[in-house]
Write a protein that binds this ligand. Structure first.
Ligand SMILES: NC(=O)c1ccc[n+]([C@@H]2O[C@H](COP(=O)([O-])OP(=O)(O)OC[C@H]3O[C@@H](n4cnc5c(N)ncnc54)[C@H](OP(=O)(O)O)[C@@H]3O)[C@@H](O)[C@H]2O)c1
Length: 323
């Protein structure tokens, strides 16, 4: 079968380790299921793997990819849940299992014609969604959903700032934030992306670092060092930053004076549970919320999609189709 693999890793030139090639079909362990992939989407995680972050060199070569939608051997149409973990080991939340891995870290990923996953790692695909749309939910969209619900812990709609409007998690956060009834401010370095964010429903889009017209209850942070100071300054007393990524760097000044004086909360978030994925799909089905898709290509054209991911010019998700 055709698969998109990581064969070597380079921090400076990650795409040198990308290979689109024929590989043997995966074996099916007991209590796992086979998914014939119809569509899979890319995430920054795939680029980190090619850079040598989060994927051990002794696992190479391996198939990349966390997100997919496809068909089980019995014909059921499913969305894959990428968190391979035991809920019991995480106190009922599999994202807190100390042995948690994401598809492609320990087990071959979704950027292939087939992927095998534990049987608990699929959920029904809503029939109103296309394969391409369904394939966008399991990582960036699920991450944004958990950040805005479980980890935000807001009792009522409020004002939310989303940093770095063009990213996969950020575009999801803008759309989900609006579907949940929040007022959504966002930032982007790029005027065109700010325009797209407004089209997506954002109430305000300003240049990265620009002063906002009002303090916010919650910041959705994935950019990291480049926006952290602005995120802290944007919060009202008692406000909260939920952080799930640090694309521009992981070690900004913590500005502890501001954190304790204004009694701010800084909360980490990663992926989401299977129940949260079901909740997100129900929200999408009920409200008409759909992922923003930047581009769709066949699996064989994966290199061109990775080039777009690496150059940061995308607005929304990059999707590969198979089957
Ligand atoms: N914890 C999890 O479960 C989880 C899940 C998914 C993703 N992530 C992480 O979250 C991060 C975001 O991933 P993503 O795929 O959504 O998007 P991404 O492609 O990494 O981009 C995020 C946004 O960051 C902004 N940005 C990047 N460099 C910047 C800089 N130097 N200065 C200012 N802004 C900058 C850009 O926004 P503008 O161009 O609009 O300014 C970009 O669109 C990644 O680090 C990823 O690994 C974590």
């Amino acid at each position: 079968m055709l698969a998109v693999q990581c064969t070597s890793q380079s921090n400076d030139d990650p795409l040198t380790g990308l290979s689109v090639r024929d590989v043997p079909e995966p074996e099916l362990p007991e209590d796992w299921v086979r998914v014939q992939v119809r569509a899979a989407s890319l995430n920054h995680h795939d680029l980190w793997s090619l850079r040598g972050v989060g994927l051990a060199a002794d696992r190479l070569p391996t198939t990349l990819g966390c997100d997919a939608a496809g068909v089980l051997d019995d014909g059921t149409e499913v969305v894959v849940h990428a968190v391979i973990a035991d809920p019991a080991a995480g106190g009922g939340d599999e994202t807190l299992d100390p042995k948690r891995t994401l598809l492609s870290e320990l087990h071959p990923g979704t950027l292939a014609e087939q992927v095998v996953v534990p049987s608990r790692n699929t959920v029904p695909k809503p029939s109103v969604m296309s394969w391409e749309e369904a394939a966008c939910f399991p990582t960036a969209w699920l991450t944004a959903y958990r950040m805005l619900t479980t980890r935000a812990d807001l009792d009522a709609p409020g004002t939310v700032l989303v940093q770095g409007a063009g990213g996969g998690v950020a575009t999801a956060a803008i759309a989900i934030g609006k579907a949940l009834g929040h007022t959504v401010f966002c930032t982007s370095r790029d005027a065109q992306k700010r325009e797209r964010a407004i089209e997506l429903g954002a109430d305000l889009a300003v240049e990265t670092g620009e002063r906002l017209p009002a303090k916010v209850d919650l910041v959705i942070e994935t950019v990291g060092a480049a926006t952290w100071e602005h995120s802290l300054r944007a919060l009202r007393p008692g406000g909260r930053i939920v952080v799930s990524g640090a694309t521009s760097g992981p070690a900004p000044s913590a500005d502890l004076n501001r954190v304790f004086f204004l009694q701010l909360s800084v909360v980490g978030s990663t992926m989401g549970t299977k129940e949260e994925l079901v909740g997100l799909l129900e929200l999408a089905e009920g409200t008409g919320l759909r992922p923003v898709i930047d581009d769709v290509r066949p699996l064989s054209d994966a290199r061109a999609a990775f080039e777009r991911l690496a150059d940061g010019s995308t607005f929304g998700k990059l999707v590969l189709t198979a089957g």
